[in-house]
Design a protein around this ligand. Structure first.
Ligand SMILES: [Zn+2]
Length: 86
């Protein structure tokens, strides 16, 4: 696992938090200079996982949301199982 791993993408979305299959807990919010939209901070809600993401509306085109992930999950997506239940 590379703790410095960072991915950022921009997507057209009506909702701020794009459903990426993981569960997130909001832990912070920061107003952004020159932008009416605050930046929201989330962390993975799985215990022991250090992945964080921040979400912000594009100030040039608010129909787009910019999501930046920091880190790599050390687990599968919730609800995804490699083996069928016994
Ligand atoms: Zn995680």
């Amino acid at each position: 696992m590379d703790p410095g791993h960072r991915i950022s993408f921009r997507a057209r979305s009506a909702v701020e938090v794009i459903d990426d299959g993981y569960k997130w807990r909001k832990y912070g919010k920061k107003s952004v200079k020159d932008s009416p939209n605050p930046r929201n901070y989330y962390r993975c809600s799985t215990e022991g996982c250090m992945v964080k993401k921040r979400v912000q509306r594009d100030c040039e085109d608010p129909s787009y949301v910019i999501t930046t992930y920091d880190g790599v999950h050390n687990h599968l997506r919730p609800g995804v199982h490699l083996l069928p239940p016994p």
